[in-house]
Design a protein around this ligand. Structure first.
Ligand SMILES: Cc1cc2nc3c(=O)[nH]c(=O)nc-3n(C[C@H](O)[C@H](O)[C@H](O)COP(=O)(O)OP(=O)(O)OC[C@H]3O[C@@H](n4cnc5c(N)ncnc54)[C@H](O)[C@@H]3O)c2cc1C
Length: 385
């Protein structure tokens, strides 16, 4: 692949703005194709929403199937191999495990829904994954006694990573492949000609620029021909030192998740807040979740909370991921909202394959493309006016 020749002192083929899960996968995928890559972060890798504690990788429920659900399914399958390849390349662990997901069924209609989903899984999921409904949990105390009066559903497709471990592994792989990661530089200006300027006055002239700056992407996109609007949805989560078995499935109970990691820690999350004061402090809403987590399983009843954490998820107005051309040499890779960890690798792979190749169709659902976001927003506005 060849990208337009860059002119300035710093002249990589690709500049990626933001070293979160989106930006790091993008850099890694680009390096694999032989491009030279610089990642610029105003802070450091994982300083944004990606540096949290949950790392749940869950397929959409197998009903009312659509292109987004299909893409996410393919992404979740591709990620398993990609995570293992990264581990082999670096000798580090990503904390990836296809652990499955268990859901206590607390009412008869929920059991009926679960049975319909079990049928849907036969239609939409690959054969090696199952979605079963059973009378009791095969995992003692997960969920706790009396919490699943109508049984449980258990899928074998869901997985998890340790977010910080995955980011560290990506950073190591990027550096090993000769990529440059610049921390502590804020990108202040971007031009359609690929010129990127930072707060300290550095400029980089790149063949392509990918905006993967999390919630800041929406402001940065205002400097591009296709400014897609979006917002920042706050989330809070906590981590217990629980000495949990590493093979526990993700437990989804009463609208919160428990994710048991390889080191025995268990994460609980997450709140979803559109209105908030300080985006990065935790409050009573998290304490309520911690209380619910303790009540959900005896494993957490007395386990110490070792971290409380809050971050901002990027979400476009259309609530879809945003992947693709913004005009000139500029591209978006953002708005993963609650599924960034599951889709980042495949979305980055698809985007990189399209760089410098305008004739190539970007292999993501149409609803992810910036143009599509903008035309849907316009349709909406036309209807209102
Ligand atoms: C509590 C909580 C729990 C979550 N749980 C899950 C989960 O279980 N599974 C899942 O898939 N997702 C989950 N999410 C969502 C997920 O964490 C986010 O969608 C994802 O991390 C976004 O990644 P990103 O790379 O787009 O952005 P970020 O990780 O925010 O990265 C953006 C980076 O850009 C940098 N940056 C910003 N502006 C500039 C600039 N001008 N110049 C240079 N650098 C800049 C920032 O410093 C940052 O490092 C959760 C989110 C929260 C808050």
């Amino acid at each position: 692949m060849s990208l337009p020749t860059a002119q300035k002192a710093y002249s990589p083929d690709l500049v990626v703005i933001g070293a979160g899960i989106m930006g790091l996968w993008c850099a890694y995928e680009a390096l694999k194709t032989g491009l030279t890559v610089t990642v610029i972060d105003r802070d450091s890798p994982g300083a944004g929403a990606s540096g949290g504690v949950l790392g749940a990788l869950m397929p959409h429920m197998p009903s009312r199937w659509n292109a987004k659900k299909q893409f996410q399914l393919e992404a979740l399958m591709a990620l398993e191999e990609a995570a293992h390849a990264l581990e082999e390349e670096t000798g580090l662990s990503t904390g990836y495990r296809r652990c499955g997901r268990i859901v206590p069924l607390t009412a008869s209609h929920l059991r009926e829904h679960a049975e319909i989903r079990a049928e849907g899984a036969l239609d939409f999921w690959p054969e090696r994954f199952s979605f079963a409904v059973m009378d009791t949990s095969p995992y003692t105390g997960w969920p706790g006694a009396g919490r699943a009066p109508h049984g449980v559903s258990l899928d074998t497709f869901s997985a998890r990573v340790m977010p910080r471990a995955l980011l560290e592994t990506l950073v190591a792989a990027i550096e090993k492949r000769g990529g440059t990661i610049i921390s502590g530089e804020t990108v202040t200006a971007i031009g359609g000609d690929g010129l990127v300027t930072t707060s300290s006055g550095q400029s980089h002239s790149a063949g392509a620029v990918v905006i993967a700056a999390g919630v800041e992407s929406f402001d940065l996109m205002e400097q591009t021909p296709r400014a897609v609007p979006g917002s920042a949805i706050k989330g809070q989560a906590a981590l217990f030192a629980a000495n949990a078995p590493a093979d526990l499935p993700i437990l989804y109970d009463d609208r919160f998740y428990l994710v048991a990691h390889d080191n025995g820690d268990v994460a609980v999350g997450a709140t979803s807040e559109t209105a908030y004061g300080d985006p990065f402090t935790t409050d009573d809403q998290l304490e309520a979740l911690i209380g619910k987590a303790r009540a959900a399983t005896p494993l957490l009843a007395d386990a110490p909370v070792i971290e409380r954490w809050a971050g901002l998820r990027p979400r476009s107005v259309m609530r879809e991921p945003l992947v693709g051309p913004l005009g000139g040499r500029l591209y978006a890779l953002t708005s993963g909202f609650k599924i960034s960890f599951g889709i980042a690798q495949l979305a980055a792979h698809a985007l990189v394959a399209s760089l410098g190749n305008p004739g190539k169709i970007l292999a993501v659902p149409e609803g992810f493309l910036p143009d599509r976001h903008l035309s849907l927003i316009k349709d909406r506005q036309d209807k209102v006016s």
